[in-house]
Design a binder for this molecule. Sequence first.
Ligand SMILES: *Cc1c(COP(=O)(O)O)cnc(C)c1O
Length: 428
Amino acid sequence: MNTQASIKAFDEAQTYIPGGVNSPVRAFKSVGGTPLFITEGKGGTMTDIDGNSYVDYVQSWGPLIFGHRDESIENAVIEAVRHGLSFGAPTQAETELAHEVVSIFDSIDKVRFVSSGTEAVMSAIRLARGFTAKDDIVKFEGCYHGHSDSLLVQAGSGLATFGNPSSPGVPADFTKHTLLAKYNDLSSVEKCFKDSDNIACIIIEPIAGNMGLVPADKEFLHGLRKLCDEHGALLIFDEVMSGFRATLHGAESITGVTPDLVTLGKVIGGGMPVGAFGGRKEVMAMLSPEGPVYQAGTLSGNPIAMAAGLAAVSKLKKNARLYPILQERAERLVNGLKAAAQKNGIAMVTDVRGSMFGFFFSESPVKNFDDAAQADHALFAKFHAAMLNEGFYFACSGYETGFISTATTDAMVDDTIKAAEKIFAEVK
Ligand SMILES: *Cc1c(COP(=O)(O)O)cnc(C)c1O
């Protein structure tokens, strides 16, 4: 496969953009090689500037559940563009999308739109702190909630509960209110509540997608709900990735655990920059201008972004039967990959939630970040490069979730499995 034009484009990009990319994971650092520059997408595939075409299992890192250039989303955007790009005044599209979100999520009475998942989570946490009049938050190792200061934490030395900044530029003072717990380990959360009587909220990806796909156990989530209720803390489900991806009605509908606040992003913008956070009326009433907790955005609820989001979400709502179909197709993919790996003596564990799929080169089940880290990531890097060369675009890290879209066909899945069989025989 010839990727000369991408190599040249990346070289030039690095002259003007730090690392040549506007979001670090795109740089392919954890798998090596050069990122591909994309010119266009169509349905389940996309094409790079050298003219190579790929079956796309990244789908813009989640947003494109209907694949590239979905006709109804594209038309909605074009129609909206004709009326003006932004007004900084209310438009009815905001109310319409809000109405859809409220009707879909049992736990959401009111919702506020922002422009990214990072912003949604940052604002939801401020709201939880304002509502409870407490300062500390609990987050889990391996969960990603965007790049705001207080969420860029890593485990401290020894058994410390309080996290350290995971990036230079974040003062330790900004993360001293962030307690770290272990995913799927209730005792680690109980310890947080022993260490602090000042906990405003627990934030969790109920279906973690940022350490690979690692869903939380139901009992664990029920345990979190109970701890929050006992201690007057709020439970925030960060569904920026899993929202509208795993199922239509949110993780609450498959776990039976009701969060106080939900954060959304990715699919909710249909490919445009949208984030959202919503929850119970009493909590949302604390938000400015109704209440005292400040939050704002010049381009929040942008009419073009709302049009794309509304087209995507209303189409999902009308076609909820899509989810079992997507789930079946994702299972076909991971079961095929797993069988191909096994045939060559390579151990693999897999999981699927709706249109989200994950696999680890691991012999033991993956329940938390430590488990995900012990998987064979060197083998993943080889697999990634070889699959790319065959025309299959997987996320460029072993800690990412894969996505299929409604435009990903069974034939594409079968071709993927066939290519993987060949590659496993070579790399084993
Ligand atoms: C992607 C993601 C975010 C951040 O969203 P951005 O739009 O990239 O800022 C937050 N939380 C989760 C769970 C995510 O997957």
